[in-house]
Write a protein that binds this ligand. Structure first.
Ligand code: GAP
Length: 422
């Protein structure tokens, strides 16, 4: 099994990620997140919010809609430009992105003849209301950003922030990708953390560098090795229609070096267009603010975190997750499950720790198996209540990465964990 297969298998087995609609044979490129996947994503998103919103000055949050007026996507340029060149095999009817195939005119799957490329819009369309005529067509958002631009006036009217300031959002986005794949790397339904940072044009370069550095810092914080994260600037042909400069942070995934996150300088493109098309004046402090946009997918972040954390040797499989991201921070075990005093004491510690941390309880099988089980889901510390605990009120605490154990006072447990919870 290669590394990706091992990660996919662990994610399924241990309740991180399940294939979408599985009991009906699956629906390609859709995924459901189990209890630990949900916890990991929640922790990633909370850390992002902490770093990009709460620790910054002048960043406000928003939770905009997924279904926006189709006029939003006309004004933003997505109806016209959010397209990829699609070719279809005339024999097996598999579809490919022409720009990813090179010069070949033959189907990579069956050798059949490929059609001429046509522009394929990646937005999901649906209809609102009881009629299905073209007036009822709406799109699921392909980026969270537009909800921010169309609420710009609402936010400034409520808060009167001074430039520069930002509006941040975490939420679902949908893209009808022609070629999705590589597990949760490219899906059709995913989540983004996005920040639209509004500023006077004169300071865009300085702030661009600031947010780029911040993205590198975030990569370190979630446990990605700096030597596996690389900057790549888009060529003018490759840039999105709204961008004047885009730098991707790429990551060395097991299937190659690929885009992890992007940082775009969107100029005043969005506010200017929404202003023109809606007729609502979106100038602020005398002109259209310019925008720097760090855009970071939750799913790709989760995958990079899992790839970085996965470790195995002949004895065990371990997710060396940063403690702040781990679903459980600590697990509590009685040494044996059939000694009432041990179980009672351990339950007491578990109940107490649970109030401060996500805490697991396990009294099945033997201690060795319980350690291995917690290692696989990335629990940083395991506390065992043994006979000595009953004498001197100390427990052993085992470190996931080193497997070393130390004895500490029960009274010090909470502080001990808090001090190490980064
Ligand atoms: N608002 C700008 C924007 O959406 P993007 O480069 O198209 O820019 C930003 O997307 C980020 O969203 C990407 O760097 C990636 O992390 C994530 N992303 C984009 N498409 C994705 C997909 N199909 N599946 C998973 N994540 C995706």
């Amino acid at each position: 099994m290669d590394l990706m297969e091992k990660i996919v298998s662990l994610c399924k087995r241990r309740g991180f990620v399940y294939p979408g609609s599985e009991i009906y044979g699956g629906l390609s490129n859709t995924w459901d997140f189990g209890p630990f996947g949900l916890a990991l994503r929640k922790n990633i998103k909370a850390l992002w919010w902490r770093e990009f919103v709460e620790k910054e000055e002048n960043i406000l949050g928003l939770d905009g809609g997924i279904i926006l007026s189709p006029r939003v996507w006309e004004a933003s340029g997505h109806v016209e430009n959010f397209t990829d060149p699609l070719v279809e095999c005339k024999s097996c009817h598999t579809r490919f992105r022409a720009d990813q195939l090179g010069d070949t005119k033959k189907c990579p799957d069956c050798g059949g003849q490929l059609s001429e490329p046509r522009r394929f819009n990646g937005m999901f369309r649906t209809t609102v209301g009881a009629t299905e005529d073209s007036n009822a067509v709406v799109y699921l958002r392909p980026e969270t950003a537009q909800a921010i631009f169309i609420n710009f006036k609402n936010i400034v009217d409520s808060f009167h922030p001074k430039l520069p300031f930002g509006i941040a959002q975490i939420g679902k986005a949908f893209r009808n990708e022609i070629t999705a794949g590589n597990f949760i790397f490219r899906d059709i339904e995913f989540e983004q953390h996005e920040l639209e940072y509004f500023l006077p044009e004169a300071i865009w370069e300085e702030k661009y560098d600031y947010w780029l550095a911040k993205m590198h810092d975030f990569a370190k914080l979630i446990g990605l090795a700096p030597e596996m994260v690389h900057e790549r600037e888009h060529s003018p042909q490759e840039r999105s229609h709204y961008s004047k400069k885009t730098v991707d942070l790429e990551f060395d995934f097991p299937f190659g070096r690929k885009e992890l996150w992007g940082l775009a300088y969107r100029t005043d493109y969005d506010l200017r267009n929404h202003s023109e098309k809606s007729g609502v004046d979106l100038k602020y402090e005398g002109s259209f603010p310019h925008v720097i946009e760090p855009s970071m997918g939750v799913d790709r972040t989760m995958l990079a975190v899992l790839c970085s954390a996965y470790f195995e040797d002949e004895k065990r499989v371990v997710l060396k997750l940063q403690p702040s991201l781990a679903p459980y921070k600590v697990a509590v075990f009685p040494l044996v499950a059939n000694k009432e005093e041990l179980v009672g004491k351990a339950r007491g510690i578990y109940e107490k720790l649970k109030k401060s941390f996500m805490t697991a309880w396990d009294d099945r099988g033997n201690i060795g198996k319980r350690y291995l089980s917690q290692d696989e889901i990335g629990t940083p510390w395991c506390v065992t209540v043994d006979y000595q605990t009953l004498e001197d009120d100390t427990v052993t605490i085992r470190d996931r990465n080193t497997t070393r154990q130390e004895r500490i006072k029960v009274a010090n447990l909470e502080t001990w964990i808090k001090e190490r919870l980064v």
